[in-house]
Design a binder for this molecule. Sequence first.
Ligand SMILES: Cc1cc2nc3c(=O)[nH]c(=O)nc-3n(C[C@H](O)[C@H](O)[C@H](O)COP(=O)(O)OP(=O)(O)OC[C@H]3O[C@@H](n4cnc5c(N)ncnc54)[C@H](O)[C@@H]3O)c2cc1C
Ligand code: FES
Length: 351
Amino acid sequence: MTITVQTKTGEFKFENDEGTETLLFAGLGAGLTLPYECATGTCGTCRARVMSGDVEMAWPEAPGASRLNRGKGDVLMCQSHAKGDCLLRIPADVAAGDAVAAPRRFSGRIEDLKKLTSDVVDFEIALDSATNFAAGQFMVMTSPVVEGGRSYSMVNYTPETDRIRFVVKRKPNGGFSNWLFEEAADGCEVSLFGPLGKATFRPGEDGDLVCITGGSGIAGIMSILDHAAQAGHFKANKGWLYFGVRTLADAFYVEELAELVEKSGGALQVILALSDEAASAPTHPDYPSIRLEEGFVHAVAARAMAEISGQLNDRTIGFVAGPPPMVDGAIRVLLSEAKLPPGRIRYDKFS
Ligand SMILES: Cc1cc2nc3c(=O)[nH]c(=O)nc-3n(C[C@H](O)[C@H](O)[C@H](O)COP(=O)(O)OP(=O)(O)OC[C@H]3O[C@@H](n4cnc5c(N)ncnc54)[C@H](O)[C@@H]3O)c2cc1C
Ligand code: FES
């Protein structure tokens, strides 16, 4: 079936065989730069109006659908399947990108699933074929037992790889994250679509890095810092990571972060912000290159930025990832304390 989209930048067509993929994934897979953020029904960015044809929304109660004008035919492309040829109107700029490098569907198997803390697991996916993703990107994962897809950011950075690593924080009553805490999930086959997302580290781009994150928001930031260290980025630039957790016992990837500090020759500074307990020492008891501070991560970052904003070079890039209120607070810090222009702040809201 043929999908035609009328956009602010012209008309495009793409094929959607049998309507198995959502409109968003079929269009992205054809190389079109369709608008999206979460890719899983929460943000509302992928809004389109159906002008003709039959389109079905798989999850009409999706939070991102609350502001749609359903009477006029509005749908979320990330939750909708075409039943035949259709014409959509999309209120955004769209371009025809490179279909070869476009995101696509993979199948994979969960391996090496392990608990890092009482509510965080990490695991690898062995993919059926290699992918080439940018540090900071994510994939939408679907399991045979949980309804709907979930977005997860890759933790590792390895060019052209068929093994990708994820870290997931358990959400109370959350469908997918609780399933991952069951033993049966290890070894289970899953389906993935990606890579997706624009909050990426771009090799060759110069500038200090300021990263602010909380909990499993560290996922994509690990990939970004790993790529930056591999690319020798810290030879000419500095980096700061503010990583928020409740208590020291909730911290994870500390050994890996200490290795990154060492690889960077000390140009990268890592600060663990403890929101629910006092920092008993200025540095981590086992990894003295990691500093401890007390308070919510955006407040800790705000105090620090007030002091170091004069040291940041004028190409500084801010990376933020985590729960939406934390992301909003961190963006305010980067704008008002670090004085970064909005165009130099890249973020993922884990909504
Ligand atoms: C770009 C991005 C990257 C992310 N990266 C990570 C990460 O690296 N680690 C991490 O722990 N979390 C990450 N998240 C959050 C993650 O996607 C999940 O929201 C989180 O794990 C909670 O999922 P849950 O199934 O446990 O909770 P639930 O409350 O069951 O579901 C949460 C989300 O799943 C989707 N959903 C729920 N039900 C349906 C349905 N019936 N049909 C379709 N969709 C449905 C919706 O988007 C909903 O908001 C990321 C989110 C985004 C947007
Ligand atoms: S991209 Fe579809 S709702 Fe977020």
